[in-house]
Design a binder for this molecule. Structure first.
Ligand code: ZN
Ligand code: ZN
Length: 108
């Protein structure tokens, strides 16, 4: 499971309280990106300014609608993303340039 911003491995948070399930957390200092099963990626902050400015990716599994997590990126292919479902292991490949505005096709 990778942080969608830093592409570094996310680790399960540590807690002394075993009753409390902590989300996966990015290891970059200051990174607010977290992941847990039902919610998918989210930001560990209550600051609505930060939440509003940040676009967290939402990739849903076509089988069961679970939020998928980023599992692989390829440095040579900037837009390549491999997503995986935490429930059924289905993967989804995103290899398109989705940046807005550029190379827009004319509609029919
Ligand atoms: Zn990060
Ligand atoms: Zn699934």
């Amino acid at each position: 499971m990778l942080c969608y911003q830093h592409h570094t491995e996310m680790l399960l948070g540590l807690s002394n309280d075993l009753e409390e399930a902590l989300p996966y957390a990015c290891q970059e200092p200051g990174c607010l990106i977290r992941y847990d099963g039902p919610r998918g990626y989210f930001l560990d902050t209550k600051d609505t300014n930060i939440i509003g400015a940040e676009i967290t990716p939402r990739v849903n599994c076509s089988n069961d609608g679970q939020r998928m997590y980023l599992t692989e990126v390829t440095p040579e292919r900037r837009n390549f993303r491999l997503w995986k479902c935490p429930e059924c292991d289905q993967s989804y490949m995103n290899d398109e340039d989705t940046s807005a505005g550029l190379g827009k096709k004319m509609g029919a």
